[in-house]
Design a protein around this ligand. Structure first.
Ligand code: HEC
Length: 490
């Protein structure tokens, strides 16, 4: 390698750069590494059909980079998550654009993943000692689905909260360990800061760590088995003349990456990702709808209830998952042309069509029911209204400051506990800041003297009962504490 430099350097600058390069090459083996990665032989030559794998790698890296920028501002707690995402969306320079890139990037990964999967499947590229390659791909597939699920909760707006409530509820249908699994995911029986922090840790540490490891394994196993080539090629001993990965396949891969950049950039610019109003757990009307790629599963779950639920939720998906992961062990023939293996190709196509069909049915159901359509329309309007409103920073009167003041007075501190134990905060918000379901209680002490306050709590007005507030039944001692707490809310 050291003797490969047979041209005399044109000037001292190139000579010094070459010396630097040689210094590194001798220690790190750069030349060998370059050749190893670029000289990969592709039987039958470069093709656009092979670009999806590197496309996935590209979008994943884009997710990592945009994700790091989002993490600079994001705070994973029920108190602050929504405000910080609103800040990114409304205040941070290019924040909305970056968040949109990350948002559409997740959809792009699913789309390209499906294309990659279809290409691999119909080309029979899992054949010929490629079982481990296929299995590592299955793990990556599952991890991407996990990334989409965990990322969805993080903005802590209405749809994030209620979609995740549905998603984690489904888990509790699993026999024996269902309830335990649900509590494990939520960090308790309800969803709150512990849920957010678990989802956050999974989304930015645990799952990405697994993904990095399996991307390395996937690429290693791919290189080990070699590119499989066109469907007419032998999967074990390729016979067709091979073309090196560099330059034509590299150029095709890069053109695809460029296409992705343009598509994501245009989407993010023309239709920025939205953020809805902050999650309100007390809202009983909200209809959660998942992101498009979860719609088929969402629709599927509708058909399974009662004692049969277990079949639809666990048995059938498990069978499909096992068949899917076990494909290269089941379909062992070396025939790669899809029309020569009609059962495999037929089943796969049928499943794909069923998923599209289920997604379409979900849309149809929502349009058909006027009550549902009206509620969904209302939710869209609320989101648009929130997006138009200027950014509202957290102020001193918001939860944290109010909570700290309460701790100074033992009677009020006891009252705060009662306020939370009686779920007053579900409607009136933590620290009584108010939510759409209940008026703000800040400065209530100035409005109602203690005896009036006690009376109205024991016997709520019509307006209060109409809003779902029930008569507060407490001992005199406890009522005094509660009122002491309400009085310090300022
Ligand atoms: C299901 C939701 C809900 C819960 C739970 C709830 N409230 Fe209310 N509360 C309301 C509604 C709705 C009103 C009427 C709001 C209005 O006047 O706009 C109200 C009114 C009040 C008022 C009078 C406010 C005013 O400005 O006149 C007080 C005081 C109050 N609530 C205290 C409490 C306390 C203390 C608790 C817990 C024991 C509690 N609320 C639990 C919904 C709720």
């Amino acid at each position: 390698m050291a003797t490969s430099n047979n041209h005399a350097p044109a000037n001292t600058q190139t000579r010094s750069r070459n010396r630097l390069y040689r210094w590194f090459d001798r220690r790190a083996g750069l030349d060998a590494l370059m050749r190893e990665s670029l000289d990969e032989p592709i039987p039958g030559g470069a093709r656009f059909a092979y670009v999806f794998g590197s496309g996935l790698l590209y979008v994943f890296l884009s997710q990592v980079i945009t994700g790091v920028f989002l993490a600079l501002y994001y705070v994973p707690s029920a108190d602050h998550a929504h405000t910080t995402v609103a800040y990114i969306t409304k205040e941070v320079t290019s924040g909305s654009f970056l968040r949109s890139l990350h948002f559409y990037g997740s959809s792009a990964i699913i789309v390209i993943l499906l294309l990659h999967l279809m290409q691999t499947f119909f080309y029979g590229s899992y054949k010929g000692r490629r079982e481990l390659l296929w299995l590592s791909g299955c793990v990556l597939f599952a991890m991407m689905i996990g990334m989409a699920f965990t990322g969805y909760l993080l903005p802590w707006d209405q749809k994030a909260y209620f979609a995740t409530a549905v998603g984690t509820n489904v888990v509790s249908e699993v026999p024996l360990i269902g309830e335990w699994l649900k509590r494990l995911m939520r960090g308790g029986t309800d969803m709150g800061t512990l849920t957010l922090s678990r989802f956050y840790v999974a989304h930015v540490f645990l799952i990405p760590a697994v993904i990095f490891a399996f991307i390395a394994a996937h690429i290693y196993l791919f290189r080990k088995a070699g590119a499989v080539g066109p469907i007419s090629e032998d999967a074990v001993e390729p016979k067709q003349p091979a073309e090196s990965f560099y330059p034509r396949q590299v150029i095709m891969d890069m053109s695809f990456a460029l296409l992705i950049i343009i598509a994501l950039g245009l989407l993010a610019w023309l239709k920025p990702a939205e953020l809805g109003p902050r999650a309100n757990p007390a809202d009983t009307q909200f209809l959660p709808r998942p992101e498009w790629y979860y719609l088929p599963i969402f629709q599927w779950l509708k058909y399974w209830s009662g004692s049969f639920a277990i079949i639809g939720i666990l048995v059938i998906p498990t069978i499909i998952a096992i068949l899917f992961a076990g494909l290269p062990f089941i379909d062992r023939g070396l025939e790669r042309r899809p029309w020569k293996r009609p059962i495999a190709a037929g089943t796969f196509t049928l499943i794909l069509f069923s998923l599209v069909w289920l997604g379409a049915l979900s849309h149809r159901d929502d349009r058909r029911d006027p009550g549902v359509a009206a509620q969904l329309q209302k939710q869209r309007e609320e989101t648009e209204q929130f997006m138009r409103a200027p950014f509202e920073p957290e102020t001193a009167s918001s939860s944290l400051a109010a909570a700290n003041v309460a701790l100074a007075d033992p009677l009020a501190a006891k009252g705060k506990k009662i306020f939370e134990a009686k779920s007053c905060n579900a409607c009136h918000g933590d620290g009584g800041v108010g939510t759409p379901a209940g008026a703000k209680l800040i400065s209530i002490g100035a409005k109602l003297p203690p005896d009036k306050l006690a009376a109205v709590l024991r016997q709520p007005t019509e307006k209060m009962t109409a809003g779902g507030m029930q008569s507060v039944k407490l001992s005199d001692e406890e009522m005094k504490a509660l009122i002491a707490y309400l009085n310090i809310l300022k």
